[in-house]
Ligand binder design. Structure first.
Ligand SMILES: C[S@@+](CC[C@H](N)C(=O)[O-])C[C@H]1O[C@@H](n2cnc3c(N)ncnc32)[C@H](O)[C@@H]1O
Length: 286
């Protein structure tokens, strides 16, 4: 085994050296804002090796040349490189906060025929927006049916095409679904074979769209709450700051922003919010 066929001291099937890693890092940073420093070399290799194999190539240099000219393969590479880890009711204190502090006024607005707009930005496989809807619908089927007739919409976006397809399907392994509290699961999920399917009333409230948080957002109007969690950790400080500022622009005054447990607001953005809970912020009036 030659040195060129080692990554992090492990033998590898394909040649992958520091220059290849630098090229992939530059690509994923430019496309998605995601940082892949040299310490992530093994991770990059592990995620892209199946693509190199699927394309019948024998080394990464040829794969890099391929993604340079092939849009479809570029999409596949981004899908493979993104981290999609999520779960139902992840960081459940955010859903508790939303139900207690945001939802009563929003529910009243819906009852008075107003509209409510919520955004799960970087929604991954859909557990986040579905959790939010199940929390609002509650354990009574009748309450969900009432809300399904109102102007309540959840926008759920992600960069990864493949993960959005899974999100839209709304079917989960039983283990995954066990993260939904039993009282909600029995009302809003049904067993289909060896999976659990999200009820159509819940699924119909969500619009899943492909959207790169770094690019232009074809979004009109503002949101009453935005969940943008566990994606900024992959970005550098200027990217985080720009994103947070744009999220603030897209929140209604008094609207809530929920961010991931290890994420923080940039100093330039923080004055636009009051911190009202753990990684929970309320936009102050301009
Ligand atoms: C770790 S998941 C977080 C899912 C969910 N928000 C949560 O907290 O459980 C991060 C998601 O961000 C998405 N992502 C990464 N870079 C992105 C970008 N530039 N624009 C939009 N989504 C991106 C990935 O595809 C992935 O699904």
């Amino acid at each position: 085994m030659t040195a060129a066929r080692m990554v992090a001291n492990r033998p590898t099937e394909f040649r992958f050296d520091a220059a290849d890693h630098a090229a992939i890092s530059a690509f994923v940073y430019e496309e998605a804002g995601i940082l892949m420093p040299p310490g992530k070399m093994q991770l990059v290799y592990g995620r892209l090796a199946p693509r190199v194999r699927a394309q019948g190539l024998t080394n990464f240099a040829d794969y890099i040349a391929l993604i340079d000219r092939d849009d479809d393969e570029r999409t596949q590479a981004i899908d493979a490189l993104t981290t999609n880890h999520t779960s139902f009711f992840r960081e459940s204190h955010h859903f508790d906060h939303f139900l207690e502090h945001a939802w009563p006024a929003l529910d009243q607005r819906l009852a008075a025929r107003g509209k409510v707009r919520l955004w799960s930005a970087a929604c991954s496989s859909g557990e986040e927006p579905y959790s939010l809807l199940m929390a609002m619908f509650g354990k009574e089927r009748g309450n969900g049916q009432r809300l399904a007739r109102t102007d309540l919409r959840v926008l759920a976006t992600d960069l990864s095409t493949e993960i959005l397809a899974a999100a839209k399907a709304g079917r989960y392994a039983l283990d995954t679904a066990s993260g939904v509290p039993q009282s909600l699961r029995s009302t809003w999920m049904a067993r289909v074979g060896d999976q659990a399917e999200v009820h159509p009333l819940v699924r119909e409230r969500v619009a899943f769209r492909k959207l790169n948080l770094l690019e232009a957002w074809p979004i009109r109007g503002t949101f009453d709450a935005i969940f943008c969690r566990n994606v900024m950790i992959y970005f550098d400080d200027p990217t985080k700051e720009r994103l947070q500022s744009r999220l603030a622009d897209h929140l209604a005054p008094g609207g809530f922003l929920y961010i991931g447990h290890s994420e923080r607001l940039a100093a330039s953005v923080a004055p636009r919010f009051a911190c009202v809970g753990r990684t929970t912020f309320q936009k102050v009036a301009a």
